[in-house]
Design a protein around this ligand. Structure first.
Ligand code: 13P
Length: 245
């Protein structure tokens, strides 16, 4: 099974999000061999779920708070996303870690709350440019994996990981497919220290319609988590169609 996940971040307003979901619906861009999911803004989630409900295309939250209920102004819980039909939720996206100060401890709490709510966490990990330049990539990845997985109880198929080098996100400077494969092999060997379950690992960071197939042709990479190229009808459509071919 290969995965194409589109993280729409805060790029699209209500109308643009609905238009893109309608495009996915009318083009019938779903296929049993590919797991396709989109991560719209919370505001439009219910509408997107309605548009896509007769397809195999899933939705996910870009983030969810880890308390399930209570006096948490501004937060939306994993249970709330589950209630309106989401399948996945991102945990620890680099923008959450770096712009909003999320720590490995916060990420772990989110992962547990997503699992409790019945959502599948997509745990985002990746090294910064500083890590890379100081030869700390493996150290950083191993630490993020340890904090997320040590002692975590989950069934096979419930947890995914996205390898997103911070320096490759939104820069047009994608990680070379061979390097991404090397990191993803390392990530899988680290996860195996904590779980015997197969955990799919996606690559994310400047994936577009020109380079997507170079990632999908490599065995270790189980899919792509795509940001800006997933927010335009033409590029997202071309990406999905080229992988489905
Ligand atoms: P870009 O594809 O825009 O680089 O973003 C990647 C990403 O952060 C997906 O979560």
């Amino acid at each position: 099974m290969k995965y194409i996940f589109g993280n729409w971040k805060m790029y699209l307003n209500f109308e643009e999000s609905v238009n893109l979901a309608n495009f996915l619906f009318t083009e019938k861009l779903d296929d049993s061999g590919i797991e396709l999911a989109v991560f719209p803004t919370a505001l439009v989630m219910k509408d997107i779920n309605n548009i896509l409900k007769s397809t195999s295309i899933k939705t996910g939250a870009q983030d969810a708070g880890h308390p399930s209920k209570g006096a948490y102004t501004g937060m939306i819980s994993a249970e709330m996303y589950k209630e309106i039909g989401c399948e996945y939720a991102l945990a620890g996206h680099s923008e959450r870690r770096h712009l909003f100060g999320e720590t490995n401890k916060d990420v772990r709490a989110k992962v547990e709350s997503y699992l409790d709510a019945g959502l599948k966490p997509v745990i985002c990990i990746g090294e910064t440019k500083k890590d890379r330049d100081s030869d700390k990539t493996r150290y950083r990845l191993a630490k993020q994996i340890m904090r997320a997985f040590e002692g975590l109880s989950f069934d096979e198929g419930q947890v995914l990981v996205a390898y997103e080098p911070v320096w490759a996100i939104g820069t047009g400077n994608a990680c070379l497919p061979a390097d991404a494969t090397d990191r993803i092999d390392f990530i899988k060997s680290e996860i195996a220290k904590y779980s015997q379950n197969f955990v799919p690992v996606l690559y994310g960071g400047s994936v577009d319609e020109d380079n997507v197939l170079s990632y999908f042709s490599l065995g270790s990479i189980d899919g792509a988590l795509i940001g800006s190229a997933s927010t335009k009808i033409s590029s997202f459509g071309n990406i999905i169609k080229s992988v489905l071919k």
